[in-house]
Ligand binder design. Structure first.
Ligand code: CDV
Length: 372
């Protein structure tokens, strides 16, 4: 197990909106690893988190199995990686492969972000509808209170022709998420939150930033897209949660050039882009983010970056994983710190100019200006 770190963020705010949060980074999970073995690793990290009084833990994207979209699979070989929610009436807390995590989270009164491959339903043609999903379990509500399905699916539908290229077949195995970027409030994480039952109303000057914390979820590739963060920023998100599996070396997928001509340099760049995306978007939306990798060499030959980190609302990294193995990162964050960015630097209601942003939603690809 890696080292345990714990730092404080929020020294400039001193509000009552302080929470101890954790990221449970996972080292490699090989194709042959048993679910039970992996669950034990995840539960161990939750035990460690509990010892440090963590109230919200974040696990990686598709946390409990190897990153299977790199393999060409069909039939049962593929289905084994999906959690069939129809069998449990759409209630993930009852899924056999995940139940132990919910049970322990309930026991510890710990909220949890958990990523997994979701078998949601069958289409009219009998095809399976699969999503790359993350859910948020609230200990105070003792249920899953939010679900997010990955919108930006990277990679290709068809495998690469070169046999030794690493595939990224998310477009083949998943349907793009259909739930948008819906922020939600998580109950019980901060004391004395303004609430409807005490007569308070959202969006009044005296309740802004005083209700239960506002959260949003992303999955891996989403974190590179400002379009994915902004809807959360526009809903006042104070904390964004993101799990990822990011390949450190994939020239077919990501391209290459002299600068990143070796595996080492490509990995350095992948770590740099990871941090750049997380720090900038946290800053630009004045929110904290908890970002958690599955990492290391899966099956001894597929490298995934680490770099799990908790970022504050000024875009600074508060704590960062030091290893490429199972490692818990912990920070005490003060959501009150978000008010400065939300009310001063980026006060959206005063400074945004939506009349000029049409292209962002009207157009998908690039259309260059006419040639001279
Ligand atoms: N799982 C991912 O979404 N991975 C992508 C890689 C393929 C670029 C990522 O954005 O990290």
């Amino acid at each position: 197990m890696g080292s345990v770190q714990r730092l404080s963020a929020g020294h400039t705010a001193e509000s009552d909106r302080r929470i101890i949060v954790g990221g449970a980074q996972l080292g490699p999970i090989d194709v042959g690893a048993s679910r039970g073995e992996t669950l034990q690793r995840m539960l161990k990290l939750m035990d460690d988190a509990h010892k440090q009084d963590v109230k919200l833990i974040v696990y990686p994207e598709i946390a409990t199995v190897t990153f299977f979209p790199r393999h060409i699979l069909e039939g049962d070989e593929l289905e084994q990686y999906f959690e069939n929610e129809q069998e449990v009436s759409g209630d993930p807390t009852k899924l056999t492969n995940l139940k132990a995590l919910f049970d322990k989270a309930r026991e510890y009164k710990m909220d949890m972000y958990l990523g997994y491959a979701e078998h949601a339903a069958e289409s009219g043609e009998g095809e399976h509808i699969h999503y790359n999903t993350a859910i948020y379990y609230s200990a105070a509500a003792d249920k899953v209170i939010s679900r997010y399905r990955k919108v930006h699916l990277p990679g290709t539908f068809e495998p690469y022709e070169r046999k030794d290229a690493t595939n990224q077949l998310e477009k083949r195995y998943f349907t793009p998420g259909n739930l948008g970027f819906e922020a939600f409030r998580a109950p019980g994480l901060v004391a004395d939150a303004a609430s409807k039952s005490s007569g308070a109303k959202a969006n009044e000057p005296d309740t802004l930033g005083r209700g239960d914390p506002i959260l949003g979820m992303l999955i891996c590739n989403d974190r590179r897209w400002p379009e994915a963060w902004r809807p959360y920023g526009l809903q006042g998100a104070e904390l964004v949660l993101c799990g990822y599996n990011t390949t450190a070396w994939a020239p077919e997928l990501l391209g290459t050039n002299k600068k990143i001509s070796t595996k080492e340099k490509a990995k350095e760049e992948a770590l740099f882009h990871n941090k750049l995306s997380l720090t900038y978007n946290s800053y630009a939306n004045a929110c904290f983010s908890i970002n958690v990798a599955k990492c290391g060499l899966e099956d001894g030959k597929y490298p995934l970056i680490g770099g799990s980190c908790i970022v504050d609302c000024d875009g600074e990294v508060v704590v960062e994983a030091k290893t490429e193995g199972d490692e818990l990162i912990v920070a005490k964050i003060d959501l009150g710190m978000c008010r400065r960015g939300k009310e001063k630097v980026f006060a959206f209601e005063r400074h945004r100019r939506t009349e000029h942003y049409g292209l962002i939603v009207e157009q998908t690809g690039v259309v260059e200006p006419e040639l001279l």
